[in-house]
Design a protein around this ligand. Structure first.
Ligand SMILES: C[S@@+](CC[C@H](N)C(=O)[O-])C[C@H]1O[C@@H](n2cnc3c(N)ncnc32)[C@H](O)[C@@H]1O
Length: 233
């Protein structure tokens, strides 16, 4: 958000806004603009609505999002990796901007993440291979050059960067807790409570090897993220 220099008038939309934490920050940053939080999850939107004023909350699927109006800012933090077909989606997001408008997106680079390798390993265990056959998580984000190629034909400027975070977590259980709220969600959703416990215990065993404790007992959890800001031509 700090990198955004919004020079044209118009509305702001936060795609995949979740409980609205960043949507509220967007409104604080640009109080005179109409701001919309957009998410597919009624539960997330209920949380968002409970605490925010003067923001429009809309339920919908980013995959099917074809707005009639043109926005000054289309913002999407940690959401677009849940949306398939980036080759189709990213040009559509650029088309939702008026001239000079900004697309600002951030996604975890899940394809190369160690915690995803742990997901692959737990899914390869015989019990889960059978039980979770056919259940899929999201596609992994593309490489920076691929996003550049999708965005650049519609952009006056493109700025892409990556940051590798080394989060200090208490232990392997904290790794599992993090991943349980992210990459494991599609699998946990189809398991009953007893199965969930077993699945998470198996994940924790695998994570314990992949993320060995540092001398102080904590673990370093790497998360590489790609950021992009594109100005519509
Ligand atoms: C990790 S949360 C990010 C929330 C918020 N952007 C933030 O940074 O705090 C991802 C959000 O994307 C939403 N989401 C996932 N797929 C979506 C889709 N196809 N259309 C709309 N929202 C989606 C989820 O419901 C969830 O609230």
């Amino acid at each position: 958000m700090a990198r955004l220099d919004l020079a044209v008038p118009g509305a702001v939309i936060d795609l995949g806004c979740g409980p609205g934490n960043l949507t509220k920050k967007l409104k604080r940053r640009w109080p005179d603009r109409a701001v919309t939080g957009f998410d597919s999850s009624p539960e997330m939107l209920a949380k968002a609505r409970a605490s925010a004023g003067d923001i429009t909350w809309t339920q919908g699927d980013i995959s099917a999002w074809l707005p009639a109006e043109r926005f000054a800012l289309v913002f999407a933090n940690a959401a677009l990796h849940w949306v398939p077909d980036h080759v189709g989606v990213f040009p559509r997001l650029m088309h939702a901007l008026g001239p000079g408008g900004l697309l600002a997106a951030q996604m975890p680079m899940t394809g190369e993440a160690l915690y995803h390798e742990c997901v692959r390993r737990v899914l390869a265990l015989p019990r889960w291979r059978t039980r979770l056959d056919g259940v899929r998580s999201h596609d992994h984000p593309l490489k920076a050059a691929a996003y550049y190629d999708l965005i650049a034909p519609l952009a006056a400027e493109v700025d892409i960067w990556e940051a590798n975070y080394h989060h200090v977590l208490a232990d392997k259980f904290a790794v599992t807790a993090w991943v349980a709220g992210a990459a494991l969600v599609p699998y946990l959703t189809v398991l009953n409570d007893a199965e969930k416990q077993d699945f998470l215990a198996d994940y924790t065993d695998i994570a314990g090897t992949a993320y060995p404790p540092r001398p102080d007992g904590r673990v370093l959890f790497q998360m590489r993220r790609i950021f992009m800001v594109a100005k519509r031509s």
